[in-house]
Ligand binder design. Sequence first.
Ligand code: PEP
Length: 252
Amino acid sequence: MKKLVVGNWKMYGNSAMAKALAASVARKSGDFPEAGVVLCPPHVLLAQVGQWLAGAKAALGAQDCHSETEGAFTGDVSASMLKEAGCSYVIVGHSERRSAYCETDEMVRKKAKKAIKSGLCPIICVGETLEERVQGKAEEVVGRQVRGSIPDAAKATGDQKSNFVLAYEPVWAIGSGKIPTMDDIAQMHTYIVSVASKCVGCAPEVVAVLYGGSVKAANARDIMSVRGVAGVLVGGASLKEDEFCSIIAAVK
Ligand code: PEP
């Protein structure tokens, strides 16, 4: 399986920055066919970034979608709109949305389902808070999120890759500069793969689990070498051209 390197720009960026970054990423992704690269800019930049990535080995993703096809949902966008804008992926259940917008596992599951039905691959985020880790509840919390957020539409058969991706993002590692030990990452990824493969009824090796939380050029190679890590979801470092390109190069 190719390692996936996903850049989540969050609510950062403008046209000029996006153009420079997309051009660099388009070049770099060509040099590293071992990496599947995905850029997730803010919605208003999707069409432009899609054009700048045209013909490159990098895909376009969005940061969220609504669970309905259409309707009176001011400010939201649907999965089919994202598909039409050129997206192949959409992040759902990011911890910033779970906390700031009170998104529950049920809401995340509905979004992931709609994404799959619309032809997108959802990147379903899960992760424990520091308090939950300190209390020894990390696996319990993450297991519950995985079981509650994977929709019925999720599938993977035989040795084919699945139609969804999971991302383990410990909340305390996001934007903090702190990361779990490599052993902790390995243990959690093995656990997530086992829970998800049981949920979906598929072979463990076709379940892709990304790691996210303070990934940078200096730690990307170590993290991606950990057993069970199918790639990385990168926030802050995905906004820095050199840093993100070095993370892509770390797949080797
Ligand atoms: C994220 O927001 O998905 C993330 C991983 O952020 P950062 O890399 O900045 O910790």
